[in-house]
Each structure stands twice: as C-alpha cells, then as structure tokens.
Write a protein that binds this ligand. Structure first.
Ligand SMILES: C[S@@+](CC[C@H](N)C(=O)[O-])C[C@H]1O[C@@H](n2cnc3c(N)ncnc32)[C@H](O)[C@@H]1O
Length: 362
C-alpha cells in the first residue's frame, strides 16, 4: 500500500511524450492523431497516479507506454515457441497428430498428439504475463499475433486499477486483449505448491475455495469469446511462456524467491521464462523513496542466476541489458529516476538485467 512521504504524484509534472512512444497505442487503437493520443495518455496518467497502490516509477515516468517485452533478446524465440505449439495443436486437433512433421515439432507435437488421441481438441498454447500492470506487453503480444485465448495477464489485487487504466488507455474495455486474473501467486492459497497440488493438502483445498476478490477475473470478453480459465490455480503447468518484466525489483529477497518458484509452476515442462529487472553490480537491499519502509532486493546477474536455479529452472541466462527503446528518452526520464530511486543508489549502483530460464522437461 501507499506509504510514501513524497509529494503527491499529481504534483510531479509528467515528462514530454515523444511521437514514437505512441506507436503501439496508435497501431492498437487505429487512431493516428498523435496530439489527441498524447492528451488521452496524460489524462489517464493522472488517474493511474491516484489509486491506493504504490505508484511505481515506471508509471510516474510514463514508461508503461513502452512494451518492454518487445526489446527482450528472447522475444522472437518466445514467439516462435508459441507458433510451434499453435501449429502442433492445430495439427493434432485436425487428426494428423500421430505423425509429427518432418523436422520435428518435437515435444509440443507429442503433447498435442496425446491430447488429441482423446476426444477433446488440443488446447491452444498459453503465454502468461506476471505483473502485467496496465497491460502494455499483452497488447504488444496481440499486435504480434497472439490470440485472446492464448494470453493471460496476472497481477496482485492491489494493482487492479492499473489494468482498468489500461482498458481506458487502449480503449478496449468492451473487447479486452485477454483474461486478467488478480491474486498473489506467492500465496500458497492462490497457487498451491506442487506437492500440495498433487496430494490435495490444505493449500490445494484453500485454493479451491479462495475468496473471489483474490482471484477475480477482469476485462472479460463478450460472449463470443471463450472463457478458458476459472482461477489462478488452474493455470499450473499450462504456459509455454511466462514473461515477467520490471517486477522482481519491486519485491523483497524472499518474495523474489517465492515468485520465481511459482513461475516455474505456471510453466509446462520445457516452457520458457523471460523477464527483465532492475539489478545491481553486487546484490543489495534497496528502499525506493516512494515506498518507504518496504525493503526491496536488487539481484546481481550472478545472484539472480543462482536464485533461478534454486527455483528449479535450467538453461538459466542472466545478462546486463538496457531498455533499448527508452534510451532516447533517457534525458527526460533520468530526473524522475533520480528523484524516486531514493538515496544511496547512484547510476553505478544499478543496472538492468534480462533473464531467460526453462522449466526442466518432465
Ligand atoms: C513496475 S510494474 C511493471 C509492470 C509491467 N510488467 C511493465 O513491464 O511495465 C510492477 C508490477 O509488478 C506487480 N507485482 C508486484 N508484486 C507482484 C507479485 N507478487 N506477483 C505478481 N505481480 C506483482 C505490480 O502490481 C506491478 O503491476
């Protein structure tokens, strides 16, 4: 919850918005009047800064206009995974499952074939965006070819107003980009750990009866679009891809470990996690000026790799990176960064880290 000491967000003047920052919004909404879109963004920005949840720097600095996932080095690989799985599911559903294509659709085809050997059609592939906030990344994914039923946006209940802002920003409340589910997956009552899932222990029972407000869906489509998920617990083991951009650095060290291990659980065997986070040359605690009293953890590349492995991932890669597309706006963003990262975290004390990791095949 908000426990700042900063000036109210409305008192902080937003930075200028460059034309290129409006490209996704223009493309997604089909509107070409950039001046009107700019005004629309600023009105929404004022609303985003007025909720009870922490007003993250990326919101204050209007960084939510940038689809971060698009700049990730593994983005094309992740899109390809989805395309392969989609093709395998279609082939299996059409009845050609018994003979995976030459060159191999591999594991995805084998699973789709298994699914299709029963009566029901193979399900479409799934990409889950954890910490989706306003949902810029999921709109980028729609623009890049993912279907409504192939995407789920996840966030904590406190962040629901960000999703609402996204529905207004992208003007798609009547036809949202995907299902959005709200619940904290680090909570075993929301997403039980594997042993609990398998054995039907207390946590699994709790998840089944978890309060609706914790797992409520939002942005549901019109009746013509199929509702695929009833609760967050149902997502376990279902995703080909999980993305998690700019989330880990909002959490404490134990929360990061819990979130990583729950993201393992969301993935299918062989599924890919990709993400980015603020990090540091040496792992260290950090208190953002706008969230006094909440100690976050900044991983180094090495400590994040170790944490991913401890969470059960393999093929772990962590590398320093930059939010490439934002580099040109650095001059405008930097003063806001300085104002809000808090004392004791200079430019040399922080870096951006991009990571990928794979859930081991079963
Ligand atoms: C800085 S924003 C980043 C949003 C977006 N992914 C992006 O790249 O712009 C951090 C997001 O992480 C979410 N978050 C915080 N704790 C979380 C948790 N335990 N599980 C999932 N998301 C969480 C916040 O609600 C917020 O939407």
């Amino acid at each position: 919850m908000w426990n700042g000491g900063d000036p109210p967000a409305e008192a902080v003047a937003p930075r200028p918005i460059a034309d290129e920052e409006l490209h996704l919004l223009a493309r997604y909404t089909g509107q070409s009047d950039l001046a009107a879109l700019r005004e629309h963004v600023l009105a929404l920005w004022r609303r985003a800064c007025s909720g009870s949840a922490p007003v993250y720097l990326c919101v204050r600095a209007l960084m939510f206009l940038e689809p971060r996932v698009r700049s990730h080095l593994a983005y094309q690989r992740a899109l390809q995974l989805m395309a392969d799985a989609r093709q395998a599911a279609a082939a299996a559903t059409a009845g050609g499952a018994a003979a995976p294509a030459k060159g191999g659709l591999g594991e995805a085809a084998a699973e789709a074939a298994t699914a299709a050997s029963g009566a029901s059609p193979a399900p479409p592939p799934l990409w889950i965006d954890v910490g989706a906030a306003v949902g810029t990344d999921v709109r980028q994914l729609r623009v890049d070819g993912l279907a409504f039923e192939e995407l789920v946006a996840l966030d904590v209940p406190d962040a629901r107003h960000y999703w609402d802002v996204g529905l207004e920003l992208y003007q798609d409340a009547s036809k949202p980009p995907c299902v959005a589910l709200f619940g904290d997956i680090t909570d075993d009552a929301v997403l039980p750990p594997p042993a609990a899932s398998a054995s039907g222990t207390d946590a699994a029972v709790a998840a089944a009866s978890a309060p609706q407000e914790d797992q409520q869906q939002q942005g549901q489509p019109g009746q013509q679009q199929e509702q695929r998920w009833g609760s967050i617990a149902e997502l376990a083991g279902s995703a080909q891809v999980v993305s998690c951009t700019a989330v880990l650095h909002c959490l404490g060290q134990e929360q990061v470990a819990a979130l990583l291990s729950k993201m393992t659980l969301l993935l299918r065997p062989g599924g890919l996690l990709l993400g980015s986070t603020l990090g540091a040359p040496t792992a260290r605690p950090w208190e953002a000026s706008y969230q006094a009293g909440h100690t976050r953890w900044l991983h180094s590349a090495d400590s994040l790799a170790a944490a991913l492995e401890a969470a059960g991932f393999v093929q772990v890669e962590v590398a320093p990176t930059s939010w490439r597309d934002l580099a040109q706006h650095r001059g405008a963003i930097q003063p806001l960064v300085q104002q809000h990262v808090g004392s004791g975290l200079g430019e040399d004390d922080r870096c951006m880290l991009a990571f990928t990791a794979v859930r081991p095949a079963a």
